[in-house]
Design a protein around this ligand. Structure first.
Ligand SMILES: CC(C)(COP(=O)(O)OP(=O)(O)OC[C@H]1O[C@@H](n2cnc3c(N)ncnc32)[C@H](O)[C@@H]1OP(=O)(O)O)[C@@H](O)C(=O)NCCC(=O)NCCS
Length: 142
């Protein structure tokens, strides 16, 4: 197992886009827009690998110098519930902390709220809809 920062546009990045499509977009009948992907070039792209296989990923996008947002958190469907998500989140939090961020937040799918709560995140505000499904804003001080 290894955790890596993925370079935008690299072969690993293509694996990441494929995983995100499979887990997060395709089940909702959605695709990726190249213009949206291009906006990720300065984001922190994180991958969980077993040998060369990408088994999970997430993205950190800075809002400003102290607040950073988690996006596109996904684990391969057959491997969910085995602790990979927790390992990725711990790594992402450490990377964010090391770079000086004080607060991590995300738009959490309602179905994943329990996962983030286990990791110490709290719900802020009311339910809202994004990518056609209910979400909550959640956050944690780093
Ligand atoms: C949500 C997701 C990233 C979690 O990763 P994972 O590897 O399955 O989670 P882990 O096995 O590390 O779980 C850590 C803890 O959270 C719990 N948990 C995991 N997913 C959960 C969920 N959807 N709801 C409630 N609790 C959850 C686990 O039971 C575990 O609890 P424990 O420590 O008491 O045993 C993953 O299941 C996934 O990719 N889901 C589909 C895509 C998705 O919803 N992404 C999030 C978008 S906001």
């Amino acid at each position: 197992m290894s955790l890596k920062i993925i370079e935008f546009g690299s072969p690993s990045y293509q694996k990441m886009v494929d995983l995100r499509f499979q887990i997060l977009r395709n089940p909702l009948g959605l695709t990726f827009d190249q213009a949206d992907l291009d906006k990720e070039k300065d984001d922190i792209l994180i991958g969980f690998f077993e040998d060369d296989d990408l088994e999970g990923c997430c993205i950190l996008t800075p809002d400003n110098k102290t607040i950073i947002r988690l996006r596109q958190m996904a684990v391969v469907s057959g491997l969910q519930g085995k602790g990979i998500g927790r390992v990725i989140m711990n790594f992402a939090e450490n990377v964010a902390r090391d770079r000086g961020y004080k607060m991590l937040h995300m738009h959490a799918r309602k179905s994943a709220v329990g996962f983030y709560q286990k990791l110490g995140y709290e719900i802020i505000g009311d339910e809202f809809e994004e990518v056609t499904i209910p979400h909550y804003e959640m956050q944690k001080a780093l």
